[in-house]
Design a protein around this ligand. Structure first.
Ligand code: BES
Ligand code: MN
Ligand code: ZN
Length: 502
């Protein structure tokens, strides 16, 4: 998709399709008003007939509107003018793109970024516009066969060029900065989605390592991949315990983006990279087990975020650490009752082999210490309990440092990729007591997402740390099954805010 910024009058644009907003009760936005005037009241007349009421997300495609140079006009409902907020704005942009993309137009000019939304400037509106467009046109069809590809050749080509209009020439510069940012985040989200959607027989730990190497080559990052012998030397007994049940060799991927001041402490992102989670010997039930290919979405979000910040050239030092392996049942797999010794020296009684995410993350958190981090954020599809607590709208946020938690919450708000601060009191730690080791890897059914976070906190004592449980937000199930690319927007915004501060 090719994007550009322009400042011009709607009635003078020559394009396959113009996109303008209409508020509820048929009130025209100012760009719609301009088209209405140029067409001798054509829009007002159509709306009077009752074809569109302006409800957020509704659309109406008009052809051959008199007095215009463009072939089509897409009217997009915005909801009540007073209530136009981030959510309605994104909804309107999404509906517009879906409609234009299937109508036969290959280029369009959007006037939606001209709308005013409380608390947000033109750069934000353009960035969000670009992000929502890229999200809406995303497709994953690389695994479809020839017949499906032939069929696709007959369908409308879809939109290739989108111009985002701004009201004044003074808006062009900030709009271009917003566009660059939106495109970078869009690219990061797409990468995260692709990696998540790939089948687990393709997206193995080795594949993820290769992707990390390719990304560092194309985007100027440093990369290092540790193999089993090196991890053995480091004493990563917990991570390697999980990995021992799989034929696929485990990898520890370390990415570095060094665009901050020399000596500036890095922010470290740690992503859970279980490329398939069968549960191991504590085998999961069969229903929907295919979705456990998404158990590497934390890892994918780290790679996606590094792609985004590299494309933005963000002046910050950042390290990405990805422990990746499969969780399989096997003659050599770990058993319930096994005791593992983590890299930190703490021992862990494995009471359930399906609580494997924390077992690989704990060694990665210990490994993170060597970077003397300013902060560490881990991202993981960690617990089904988090889905029960928060559903699919919010990621769970846990932290040992309130200021860091507030930063991440604010980044989630700004990026419209929100999280919710969950409690992580000492009181819960007792649920991890073990009769045989320093701790157990599960804490019972009650507060499952909290006890998982408590487990991780025992390995994150040496720095400011936060944990994002993305089990409910990283992918969608059902008819729209697919990766969401979350929380790449949150993480990128978090790093952008940090880079602006120093
Ligand atoms: N990857 C799963 C968590 C998960 C389950 C995410 C379903 C999204 C949907 C994780 O490894 C896991 O299996 N967790 C267990 C922990 C339990 C054994 C304490 C869970 O949530 O059931
Ligand atoms: Mn599991
Ligand atoms: Zn898992």
């Amino acid at each position: 998709m090719e994007f550009s910024i322009k400042s011009g009058n709607p009635e003078k644009q020559r394009s396959d399709c113009l996109i303008v907003g209409v508020y509820e009760s048929r009130k025209l936005s100012s760009s719609a008003e301009a088209l209405d005037a140029a067409s001798g009241g054509f829009l007002t007349a159509v709306l009077k007939r009752g074809d569109l009421d302006g409800k957020a997300g509704s659309t109406l495609l008009l052809h051959s509107v008199p007095g215009l140079l463009s072939e089509r006009v897409l009217l997009v409902g915005l909801g009540k003018e007073r209530e136009l907020d981030e959510k309605h704005y994104r909804q309107a942009v999404k509906a517009a793109v879906k409609a234009v993309n299937s109508c036969g137009a290959t280029d369009a000019v959007s006037f939606l970024a001209d709308l005013s939304i409380k608390k947000h400037d033109i750069a934000w509106r353009v960035a969000q516009h670009a992000e929502v467009v890229l999200d809406a046109v995303y497709k994953f069809d690389c695994m479809k066969g020839k017949a499906a590809k032939d069929k696709k050749a007959d369908a409308p080509k879809g939109i290739k060029k989108l111009t985002i209009n701004v009201v004044s020439r003074a808006d062009i510069k900030p709009a271009e900065a917003g566009l660059k940012q939106g495109q970078a985040i869009g690219a990061g989200v797409s990468l995260a989605k692709d990696l998540g959607n790939l089948p687990p027989n393709v997206c193995t730990p080795t594949y993820l390592a290769d992707q990390a190497k390719a990304l560092s080559k194309s985007h100027g990052l440093e990369v290092q991949v540790l193999d089993r012998p090196e991890m053995e030397k480091l004493g990563m007994g917990s991570f390697l315990g999980v990995a021992q049940g799989s034929r696929q060799p485990p990898k520890l991927i370390v990415l570095q983006h060094k665009k901050g001041k020399k000596g500036q402490k890095p922010v470290v992102l740690v992503g859970k990279g279980i490329t398939f989670d069968t549960g191991g010997i504590s085998l999961k039930p069969g229903a929907e087990m295919d979705e456990m290919k998404y158990d590497m979405c934390g890892a994918a979000s780290v790679l996606g975020t590094f792609k985004a910040i590299a494309e933005m050239g963000l002046p910050i030092n950042a390290v990405g650490i990805i422990p990746t392996c499969e969780n399989m049942p096997d003659g050599n797999a770990i058993r319930p009752g096994d005791v593992l010794t983590s890299m930190s020296g703490q021992t862990i009684e494995v009471l359930n082999t399906d609580a494997e995410g924390r077992l690989i993350l704990c060694d990665a958190l210990t490994y993170a210490e060597r970077f003397e981090p300013a902060a560490v954020v881990d991202i993981a599809t960690l617990t089904g309990a988090c889905v029960i607590a928060l559903g699919h709208h919010l990621s769970g946020l846990f932290s040992n440092h309130d200021a860091l938690a507030r930063e991440l919450l604010a980044a989630g708000e700004g990026a419209q990729d929100r999280a919710w601060h969950m409690p992580m009191l000492e009181d819960y730690q007792g649920q991890l007591d073990s009769n045989f080791a320093d701790m157990a890897n599960i804490g019972g059914r009650a507060a499952g997402s909290i006890t998982a976070a408590c487990f991780l906190s025992r390995f994150a004592k040496k720095y400011d740390w936060a944990h994002l449980d993305i089990a409910g937000t990283a992918w969608k199930s059902g008819k729209e099954k697919g990766s969401t690319g979350r929380p790449v927007p949150l993480l990128t915004e978090f790093l952008r805010q940090r880079s602006a501060k120093v």
